[in-house]
Design a protein around this ligand. Structure first.
Ligand SMILES: Cc1cc2nc3c(=O)[nH]c(=O)nc-3n(C[C@H](O)[C@H](O)[C@H](O)COP(=O)(O)O)c2cc1C
Length: 221
């Protein structure tokens, strides 16, 4: 018998002190800019054993403004922005071409932390995208070379065939370009850090980019 979905949902917990470590966040001690705090939180998530802490939800919107979201990997975060890579012809690539603005969300449940980032998205030069790809694993190149992301797939065999050819190519020539593979950079207008608290007095610290400097606000949880 299938388990009852709603019973299961009612039995599940977040911010359970038995499994989640909830460190304090002192807003007065937070840095003037969001990047150093993000770098620290990512490192702390990795050290705390958070699986795949460098994965994030990427939200985009289509021409009508209808949203979509999916997981991608973070490739870097510096003064140029938070970067990720994908195919320009994928659904998200089409969204970003028409409406170059996106939002990211990281969730690191082992520390009860969430980070939200939103801002305009630019495309890095093609050489940077290819260099970034070639510095990654053979599997990453094979996946990029398999191509046709977000198109309808006729059969699993079709994928197996294309993927096998892509793996062979990636092993034989690790510098093969994947022309549609694109590196995007989101330059944040806003970054919000959420620290969960077992008494539900969660701390939300929002940074907003100003003309000269970032402003910081606390938000009601
Ligand atoms: C853990 C994880 C990491 C992923 N990383 C990427 C990525 O870095 N780039 C990418 O194009 N797709 C990545 N994907 C696949 C995307 O979630 C998505 O299925 C794909 O990009 C197609 O999305 P779209 O049709 O909205 O364009 C990842 C999926 C998972 C579950």
């Amino acid at each position: 018998m299938e388990p009852d979905l709603h019973e299961l949902l009612r039995s599940l917990r977040v911010w359970d002190p038995a499994v989640t470590d909830l460190p304090p966040l002192d807003p007065d001690a937070a840095p003037a800019e969001p990047l150093p705090l993000f770098a620290r939180w990512l490192a702390e998530a990795a050290v705390a054993g958070q699986a795949e802490p460098h994965t994030m939800s990427l939200a985009t919107a289509d021409a009508e403004g209808l949203p979509d979201v999916r997981i991608v990997m973070l490739h870097g975060a510096d003064e140029k922005g938070w970067s990720f890579a994908t195919h320009a012809h994928s659904r998200k690539g089409g969204h970003l071409a028409g409406r170059p603005y996106a939002a990211l969300a990281f969730y690191w449940p082992v520390l009860g932390r969430q980070v939200r980032v939103r801002g305009p998205v630019g495309v890095a030069p093609a050489e940077e995208a290819q260099a970034d790809l070639h510095a990654r694993s053979t599997g990453a190149l094979a996946a990029a070379l398999t191509g046709r992301q977000s198109e309808v797939l006729a059969s699993p065999e079709e994928l197996a065939h294309a993927s096998e050819a892509a793996w062979q190519q990636a092993r034989r020539a690790p510098d093969t370009p994947a022309p549609s593979w694109t590196l995007y950079r989101l330059r944040p207008d806003e970054v919000e850090f959420f620290q969960g608290n077992s008494d539900r007095r969660h701390i939300r610290l929002r940074y907003r980019r100003g003309p000269e400097a970032w402003t910081r606000d606390l938000l009601w949880p």
